[in-house]
Design a protein around this ligand. Structure first.
Ligand code: NA7
Length: 539
């Protein structure tokens, strides 16, 4: 920035042009606010812009994922599949942005390196990675939950001769895997989608699995024009149903008591769930399956049997069945033909628990047992979830305090909206909020509306500074911890508990998500707003 060019200033800067950033922008523009979105990538869409691997699609029913704020938008958009594939979702987000003329308020290729609070102006000074500078009064993060990909650190990774990349960085130019020898490392929700999608076409596929996951059939199918017309006529009921369930999906827990349902009836119910689309099997199950060891063990055995039936080789089947955790305590990958892929003669499962990876070689992957020569290596190794995107920006609050230091052992926030000591930093889907654990657009529409109410409340009263008290934050963190205590997922090693073996210091348990369910969260936040935004301090 040259001396005679002033640093651009905006009342609001939103970081991220994904699902959350787009709606936050729309809401602030409705108030005639001066607002700019900074997006690190070359275009809008966030998750749906970046993740271009084959098989990438919703696990939420498409018609529960779209924005609900505009009837016109709902009526003009046709989803073609019950679980929309990534290209369609990206088209949808572009359609929304064009329809509401939002693009002109977005700046792409703008990755923020440092955000420093300026006590003199009560605003934020932003330093972009390319050297540009900006200032704003309120900084709103919509930087994604699963947007900080993490690579393993095997020796020799740079030496591989062919293409190799993280699934999040799947090349934008077409990459034809037909007839190629491919290695996929990682079998979370991403790896499972990818493997099911490419298995039939590649010449050889080596799946490098560390810990298996409990996967369940997605049962995707296309939506006929008649069906879409019916869905359009039912949007009120669809969103009402989502509003009632803890996860914001169409699937809410079965209210019967597990112990009171006779075993034969349980089994019939589970057969029905296994044959149902989407997350019904996870979120529409007996509540005890996610809370009680015995119920969980019984259901896990039911799913294990399904895996045994679907995989021809009994040894491979056993390797695909998790032994260290029960069903649903980690994110359940939804699959299409995943287990059947292992029945193909050219698809091989490499169990890293028995034969760990020693290094990457110029021609492929070397385990303690042998070399696997491949043309392409795909790292489906996951993300530094929820806090990773925050850690990658240096947020510096009053007194020179760094957010990444404050959150070193785990995040602490009030409601997932703000963190104490960082005024005018507002999070749309911050750690320990409900957006993190629920059908994302449903939750972020609420979060954005609530945050916008908070900002209006402060603006109407002429306050320049919004922050939260350390006491309110401490109380919320305790509440979040207590909620973890009720669920078996508290013991799992997954991103739900902040675990990531590839990030130093993230092999400890961290309380990243609010597990109380969306209705309870909304009620609590409604009460707090009605009580003059209890826990917030305005100056
Ligand atoms: P996940 O669910 O975190 O899965 C990552 C996978 O990669 C998982 O199987 C890991 O095994 C494996 N992994 C990670 N690091 C390594 C190393 N170093 N060596 C071998 N294997 C490794 O990420 P996804 O991208 O699949 O899904 C993330 C979310 O995106 C998902 O929940 C959806 O909400 C969308 P591990 O289990 O750690 O043994």
């Amino acid at each position: 920035m040259s001396v005679d060019q002033p640093v651009p200033h905006h009342e609001f800067v939103i970081l991220g042009a994904g699902v959350a950033g787009i709606y936050q922008l729309y809401r602030l523009l409705q108030l005639d606010a001066d607002v700019l979105v900074l997006e690190a990538h070359a275009d809008l869409g966030g998750t749906w812009y970046q993740n271009r691997y084959p098989g990438c699609r919703f696990d939420s029913e498409s018609y529960t994922y779209g924005y609900s704020f505009s009837e016109e938008l709902l009526q003009e958009w046709d989803w073609t599949e019950h679980f929309s594939p990534q290209p369609e979702t990206l088209r949808y987000l572009n359609h929304v942005v064009d329809k509401f003329d939002l693009r002109k308020h977005m700046q792409f290729d703008s990755r923020v390196a440092t955000a420093t609070f300026d006590e003199a102006t009560d605003g934020w000074h932003l330093q972009l990675e390319d050297g540009r500078e900006l200032t704003c009064h309120v900084l709103i993060t919509a930087i994604g939950l699963i947007s900080a990909p993490t690579m393993p650190s095997f020796e020799g990774m740079d030496s591989f001769r062919g293409p190799s990349f993280h699934t999040y960085d799947w090349p934008h130019e077409p990459l034809d895997l037909t007839g190629k020898k491919v290695a996929v490392i990682g079998t979370g929700a991403t790896g499972v989608q990818l493997i099911g999608a490419i298995a039939a076409d590649v010449a050889e596929l080596h799946v490098f699995q560390r810990r298996p996951n409990w996967c369940a059939p997605l049962h995707n199918r296309s939506i006929s024009p008649e069906e879409m017309a019916e869905l359009k006529a039912s949007y009120d009921a669809i969103f009402e149903a989502c509003a009632q369930t803890p996860g914001g999906f169409l699937h809410g827990p079965d209210r019967r008591k597990f112990a009171e349902v006779p075993p034969a009836e349980r089994r019939a119910f589970w057969e029905e769930l296994y044959a149902s689309p989407g997350f019904a099997i996870w979120l529409g199950n007996f509540r005890e399956v996610l809370m009680d060891e015995e119920a969980n063990a019984e259901f896990s055995e039911f799913v294990a049997d399904k895996i045994r039936r679907r995989v021809d080789d009994p040894e491979v089947a056993e390797r695909l069945i998790p032994k260290d955790h029960g069903f649903g305590v980690q994110r359940v990958p939804m699959e299409t033909g995943y287990y059947e892929a292992f029945n193909l003669p050219h698809v091989h499962l490499v169990d890293l628990m028995e034969t760990p990876i020693e290094r990457i070689t110029p021609s492929g992957v070397r385990t303690t047992e042998r070399d696997y020569d491949v043309d392409v290596i795909v790292y489906a190794t996951g993300f530094d979830a929820v806090t990773g995107a925050f850690d990658r920006i240096d947020f510096i609050g009053p007194g020179g305090r760094h957010l990444r230091d404050k959150w070193h052992l785990g995040p602490s926030t009030y409601l997932g909206v703000q963190t104490a000591g960082f005024p005018n930093l507002v999070m749309v889907a911050g750690p320990q909020g409900a957006s993190v654990s629920t059908n994302y657009p449903r939750a972020i529409e609420f979060a954005v509306d609530w945050n916008t109410g908070l900002l209006e409340h402060a603006a109407r009263r002429g306050f320049r500074r919004i922050e939260v008290t350390p006491e309110a934050e401490a109380e919320w963190v305790e509440h979040v911890k207590e909620l973890y205590g009720m669920l078996l997922l508290r013991n799992a090693k997954s991103w739900f508990t902040g675990y990531n073996s590839n990030v130093e210091g993230h092999d400890i348990k961290r309380w990243l998500i609010y597990n109380g369910g969306a209705p309870r969260y909304r009620k609590r936040l409604g009460e707090i707003a009605a009580d003059g935004y209890r826990g917030f301090v305005f100056h």
